[in-house]
Each structure stands twice: as C-alpha cells, then as structure tokens.
Design a protein around this ligand. Structure first.
Ligand code: 1HE
Length: 261
C-alpha cells in the first residue's frame, strides 16, 4: 500500500494500528490526485486486524492542501468531478472501518484542514497553524470542508477564516475546537499513536457506533436521534464482548474510571 507519496505500516503489539504518513515533504505534503486516490485505496483495503489508524505528514508541515499546480489545467466539469473524488476519498476516512486520529504539526491548511476534519480525533503540537487560503486564491473548499469544518468550529469562524485569511495558531485552534489535544512540539505523533492503541482496545462495535452512528444521530431531529440511539444501544449491549466486559467489571477484573492527573 506504500507509494512514493504515502507510507503505510502497522504498529502495536498485534499490528492493530495502521500508520499512514504523507511523504511528499518536499511539496509540503500537498495533495495531488495520486495521493488522494492512494488515501482512498488505503482505507478501502485496511487489513482486517486493524482497529485504529493514525495519519501524519513527513517534514515541517502536516499538509499544504490541494496541489495547486494541478488546478491550472481543469475546466468546470473536471473541477466538479475532482471535488467529488476528494469527497469519495475523505468519506472513506470518516466512514471507513476504524477510528482515525490526525497527528498535526506545522501547516494544516486548505485541503489539509479538510483531511484533518474528516478524521475522528485531531492531536496538534505547538507548531501547528490552521488556515483556509482558498479565499485568497480565488477558489472554494472542495474536499468536504464546507460541511465538516462548520461542524467543528461554527459557520461564522469558517466564514471569517476564508474571508479574511485568518490564521489560527495551535493554542487558539484547540480553544475553538479544531483539535481536541494540544501537545508539545514534536510529540503529536506519539500522542496520536498512544490514543490509537487505547482506542484499539475498545469493543469494535462501540467504535463503529461512535464513528458511523453518532455523527448521523447528530444530524437527526432529537426525536429520531433518541430512537437511533436506543437501537444502537440495544445492538451494542447484546454483543457477547459487551457482556464479558461488564461481567469483568462486576467481578473486579476490569479497571475503574480514574481521575486524570
Ligand atoms: C506546493 C503547495 C501547494 C507548497 N501546491 N505546491 N494551499 C495553499 O494555498 C498553501 C500553499 N503553501 C504555503 O502557503 C506554504 O508552502 C506553506 C506555509 C505550506 C509552507 O511554507 P514553506 O516556506 O515551508 O514551503 P514553500 O517554500 O512555500 O514550498 C515548498 C515547495 O512546496 C515549493 O515547491 P518548489 O518546487 O519551489 O520547492 C512550493 O511550490 C510547494 N508547495 N504548497 C503545490 N499547495 C479540495 S480543494 C482544497 C483547496 C485547497 O487546499 S486551496 C489551498 C492550497
């Protein structure tokens, strides 16, 4: 699955975590068509034992967004299909088989932020900065950003980022909800990997409920959401694994919830 611009490897004692690294550092991991198709392919063909994934980028920056050198050649129809190609690929990230954690550093801009926002958890280090330069390039987001980013930070903030070219630093990015974790420079990957290993120990059906069902409930009217929740709760608790995990707690064999330090 490794290509010139994308490295794939398995990590963890049981090879349960997929590590997917953008390796186009010389171009700041700008996403050309080949890289988008490779990302899609990776998420469509994850080995069955994989329970969580981490995406990061080689070099000083996570991702500089769309490869602008490819943009010049497209007419309107091709632009439409190009955007739909991104949608299909990032849909495989968001609604693929496993939770995905983005390890962010340096530039997370344009399509790079669209990729990060398709992941389920974002861990940023102190060097991270976020921007949507599409506004100043005379274009628009095309990788699902107009749908996903307002759900993270609100429509007003995204509008401001695109109208004014506003750049958020790592601290403000975490404050407004672009990242759920903020860690010292150089440690985002380590933290993301630790989270992925922890997530991989959850019951797979619970992870599926969180990545596939919860976002759909969030889009439903409350009345329908309550019903979907009840259905999912019933399915999850009926799994033999759930019964064993609850029994383990009741018999004192499972960990308690601990106050964080
Ligand atoms: C690129 C790209 C790119 C760098 N497409 N080649 N994204 C942007 O508008 C962001 C454009 N990039 C930047 O603002 C900067 O490159 C960075 C802040 C990310 C990094 O700066 P720096 O000083 O470390 O690198 P650099 O010298 O600007 O770039 C190094 C090389 O990468 C250089 O190529 P070289 O052949 O001269 O060495 C750059 O041309 C190249 N490079 N970014 C192509 N984006 C689904 S729609 C999504 C719409 C968008 O994403 S629009 C936003 C695009």
């Amino acid at each position: 699955m490794t290509t010139k611009d994308l490295h794939f490897e398995l990590s963890g004692t049981e090879q349960e975590v997929a590590v997917i690294r953008l390796t186009r550092g010389a171009k700041r991991n700008a996403l050309n068509d080949g890289l988008i198709l490779s990302l899609r392919h990776v998420f469509e063909t994850l080995p069955p034992g994989v329970r969580a994934a981490v995406i990061d980028g080689e070099g000083e920056h996570f991702c500089a967004g769309l490869d602008l050198s490819e943009l010049q050649e497209r007419d309107a129809g091709q632009g439409l299909h190009h955007s739909r190609m991104w949608h299909a690929a990032l849909e495989r990230v968001q609604y693929g088989p496993v939770p995905v954690i983005a390890a962010l550093h340096g530039a997370v801009v344009g399509g790079g932020l669209e990729l990060a926002s398709a992941c389920h958890i974002r861990v940023a280090d102190d060097s991270t900065f976020y921007a949507l330069p599409e506004g100043s390039r005379g274009i628009f987001v095309g990788g699902g950003g107009s749908v996903r980013i307002p759900r993270l930070i609100g429509t007003a903030r995204m509008t401001d980022m695109m109208l004014t070219g506003r750049v958020y630093n790592a601290q403000d990015g975490e404050r407004i909800g672009l990242a759920q974790y903020l860690v010292p420079q150089g440690t985002a990957f380590e933290k993301a990997l630790a989270l992925a290993k922890r997530i991989a120990t959850n019951a797979p059906l619970t992870n599926y409920a969180l990545t596939h069902v919860l976002p759909r409930i969030a889009e439903q009217p409350a009345d329908q959401g309550f019903m979907t929740e009840a259905m999912m709760a019933a399915i999850a608790q009926s799994a033999p694994e759930a019964k064993e995990r609850v029994r383990a707690f009741l018999e004192g064999r499972a960990g308690k919830v601990q106050k964080s330090s």
